[in-house]
Design a protein around this ligand. Structure first.
Ligand SMILES: Cc1cc2nc3c(=O)[nH]c(=O)nc-3n(C[C@H](O)[C@H](O)[C@H](O)COP(=O)(O)OP(=O)(O)OC[C@H]3O[C@@H](n4cnc5c(N)ncnc54)[C@H](O)[C@@H]3O)c2cc1C
Ligand SMILES: *[C@@H]1O[C@H](CO)[C@@H](O)[C@H](O)[C@H]1NC(C)=O
Ligand SMILES: *[C@@H]1O[C@H](CO)[C@@H](O)[C@H](O)[C@H]1NC(C)=O
Ligand SMILES: *[C@@H]1O[C@H](CO)[C@@H](O)[C@H](O)[C@H]1NC(C)=O
Ligand SMILES: *[C@@H]1O[C@H](CO)[C@@H](O)[C@H](O)[C@H]1NC(C)=O
Ligand SMILES: *[C@@H]1O[C@H](CO)[C@@H](O)[C@H](O)[C@H]1NC(C)=O
Ligand SMILES: *[C@@H]1O[C@H](CO)[C@@H](O)[C@H](O)[C@H]1NC(C)=O
Ligand SMILES: *[C@@H]1O[C@H](CO)[C@@H](O)[C@H](O)[C@H]1NC(C)=O
Ligand SMILES: *[C@@H]1O[C@H](CO)[C@@H](O)[C@H](O)[C@H]1NC(C)=O
Ligand SMILES: *[C@@H]1O[C@H](CO)[C@@H](O)[C@H](O)[C@H]1NC(C)=O
Length: 523
């Protein structure tokens, strides 16, 4: 053997040893990932040196607070097949790299695409099919589908079928359903999760499980306990509900100087007790009409005709003064556009639009549960307070009806009987300066603070889908501390927290699926 070829062989050996030993976990992940899939991975994976990386990352960042300043992922995997999800989990797990799971990207705190430790995003945007079975009155929905696509697909098939879930139709099925999911049919049919009958999940070992193979404990946990603590949910099987072929909607607006305190007070007493077919949401907005003033909207939906609705409201809530001319009758699928503030006559195809906001918006959201009526003078204080801000709106969503009939332990979502209404605090603004961001977040926190005496306590309950990092979160997110987890866990899940921990300990004992507010394992 000549000297040169000896040197060459030695070099090759040294190089190959050094490449296998000094490779970063991420390079090992890439090797593992490409070996697991037979096809080329170049059209599935986006790393920061790909020119489309930012476009793909930003496409589903729905809260601009997390758009520019936060750490970027090592890669985004845009799965096009279930096997891509399986390979992602197996290869991330073996290389101890954190995962973030994203469907619609509406998480208020960005937990589907932000992390303070190195991470990879699995984005389900391409896994978005909706399959309606008319005979069974069921639908299989992949996690990357939006609620709009679900509504559109059902509505195109049969105007007497529907599904009870959220109002914002760009929300993704993945996050929405695993966090409970509620909308304007909650008083009649309960939450989305009360109407989910099967699911497919990729577990920590990369296996695909359905309800039968995952077992009732895990199936219970992912219906309201948050999916991302347990695995990647690929799809959900929904039991559709029957509605009248026409429903009635209205949006009655009053300014607070129009003697509306008594009406709002009365709403608290009757809205949770109304007929199950009737849902009336209250919303307080700051508007500018010559002067800055708080406007109160009574936004309603009745699963029936105008002729049946009017006497019902006249009997139980005459103070509203609801008139026939306030009411619009339409198929349920059209009403989903009305609830999103689209003008009557908007084509249903708008439900299929990908979320795109012409103006970037920054969001801070929070939630509360109210169990006893808020006094009149406090209602007026709330209006005085929110007018000092610029853009915070408050929404009061009545409970009661079907929500009272379901035991708090039936799903991880515990907020059932005994609640008059759920408050959403939603501050969204467009000023990008860091000072403005701080000012708005501070303002939201001060309103939340003000409300303390009038809302639930011990614990102060919170709705998982209205994610709020202020109520406890793990930083860094790769260590899930039990005492911190108990803080947010008791607010989101009350007595169901311990069972969620038991399921977690069984299915993901090494705590691979972890993030700022995940369910911890019991050691
Ligand atoms: C404008 C607006 C209106 C809203 N209206 C309503 C409403 O009417 N009713 C209601 O209930 N909620 C509502 N929400 C809240 C919404 O339901 C939650 O933000 C929900 O989590 C969003 O789901 P997503 O898939 O879009 O979000 P993502 O940000 O993608 O995910 C949210 C969380 O779920 C996890 N996750 C996502 N997909 C999966 C998956 N496939 N498997 C496992 N884990 C997963 C993520 O990791 C993250 O922790 C609204 C939110 C906004 C911004
Ligand atoms: C890859 O190909 C082999 C052999 O054809 C097959 O057994 C395996 O299931 C394939 N894997 C994937 C992920 O498609
Ligand atoms: C970027 O991603 C696209 C789509 O996955 C792929 O076709 C392209 O080759 C990638 N480019 C680079 C520079 O990696
Ligand atoms: C968590 O992440 C930090 C920062 O990346 C790192 O220093 C630490 O070792 C990690 N801890 C665990 C338990 O993974
Ligand atoms: C639509 O659904 C309703 C409610 O189940 C049912 O009565 C009706 O027969 C269905 N119509 C069609 C065309 O499938
Ligand atoms: C305000 O409403 C109350 C009861 O709802 C009514 O008695 C009173 O006359 C109203 N006042 C005005 C100024 O409209
Ligand atoms: C409302 O009810 C009252 C009696 O309770 C009745 O006098 C009135 O005509 C009703 N109005 C409508 C619009 O039905
Ligand atoms: C409902 O939507 C359909 C399809 O776009 C449309 O033809 C119909 O006019 C709409 N009805 C109402 C009341 O908006
Ligand atoms: C944005 O906020 C900053 C800081 O509060 C303020 O100085 C600026 O005038 C605001 N810009 C607009 C367009 O409102
Ligand atoms: C926000 O609140 C913090 C803590 O109370 C305070 O230090 C800071 O000055 C406030 N920022 C703004 C812009 O109001």
């Amino acid at each position: 053997m000549g000297k040169l070829s000896f040197l060459f062989i030695t070099l090759t050996i040294v190089m190959s040893i050094s490449t296998t030993t000094s490779q970063s976990p991420f390079q090992n992940f890439l090797n593992c990932f490409s070996q697991s899939l037979n096809s080329s991975i170049s059209d599935i994976i986006y790393t920061p040196n790909n020119i489309s990386f930012s476009t793909i990352l930003n496409m589903k960042i729905q809260n601009k607070r997390f758009k520019t300043t936060t750490p970027k992922p090592l890669a985004i995997i845009t799965a096009k097949d279930d096997s891509h999800v399986q390979a992602t989990i197996q290869c991330l797990k073996s290389n101890k790299i954190q995962i973030r799971i994203r469907s619609g990207g509406h998480d208020f705190e960005g937990f589907s695409y932000v992390s303070d430790v190195p991470f990879v995003i699995i984005d389900l945007l391409h896994l978005n099919s909706v399959d309606v079975n008319l005979q069974e009155e069921t639908a299989w929905v992949e996690s990357g589908a939006t609620l709009g696509k679900l509504y559109y697909t059902i509505g195109k098939k049969n105007n007497s079928l529907a599904f009870p879930s959220g109002v914002c139709f760009s929300v993704g099925a993945g996050g929405h359903f695993s966090g409970g999911g509620y909308g304007n049919m909650m008083r009649k049919f309960g939450l989305s999760v009360d109407n989910i009958i099967d699911a497919k999940i990729v577990d920590v070992n990369g296996n695909i499980l359905d309800r039968k193979s995952m077992g009732e404990d895990l199936f219970w946990a992912i219906r309201g306990g948050g999916g991302a603590s347990y695995g990647v949910i690929l799809s959900w099987k929904l039991k559709l509900v029957q509605v009248t072929s026409q429903v009635t909607v209205f949006n009655v607006k009053r300014n607070v100087n129009e003697n509306v305190t008594d009406v709002v007070y009365k709403w608290q007493l009757i809205a949770p007790k109304l007929h199950k077919d009737l849902f009336i949401r209250l919303q307080f907005n700051v508007v500018h009409i010559g002067q800055k003033i708080v406007q109160v909207s009574f936004i309603g939906q009745f699963l029936g005709t105008i002729e049946r609705l009017l006497p019902l409201v006249n009997e139980s809530f005459p103070e509203l003064g609801l008139k026939k001319s306030d009411c619009f009758s339409m198929p349920w699928v059209n009403s989903t556009l009305f609830w999103y503030d689209k003008p009557i006559g908007t084509p249903l195809e708008v439900l299929l639009d990908e979320p795109k906001d012409p103006q970037p918006t920054y969001i801070k959201g929070q939630s509360d549960y109210v169990k006893k009526p808020i006094p009149k003078e406090i209602i007026e204080c709330i209006w005085e307070l929110i007018i000092k801000g610029e853009s915070l709106l408050m929404q009061w969503n009545p409970y009661g009806g079907r929500m009272e009939e379901i035991l708090p332990s039936e799903t991880p979502f515990p907020h059932r009987a005994g609640n008059l209404f759920l408050i959403l605090y939603y501050n969204n603004w467009i000023n990008e300066s860091s000072q403005a961001i701080e000012r708005h977040v501070n303002f939201s926190r001060s309103v939340y603070e003000f409300m303390t005496p009038y809302v639930s306590n011990s614990p102060r309950e919170a709705f998982l889908n209205y994610r709020d990092g202020d109520i406890g979160a793990n930083h860094p997110s790769n260590v899930t501390k039990m005492d911190i987890a108990r803080t947010y866990g008791s607010k989101f899940f009350k007595g169901n927290f311990e069972r969620l921990v038991s399921v977690k300990t069984k299915v993901d004992p090494e705590n691979f699926f972890r993030f700022e507010q995940s369910i911890p394992t019991r050691s």
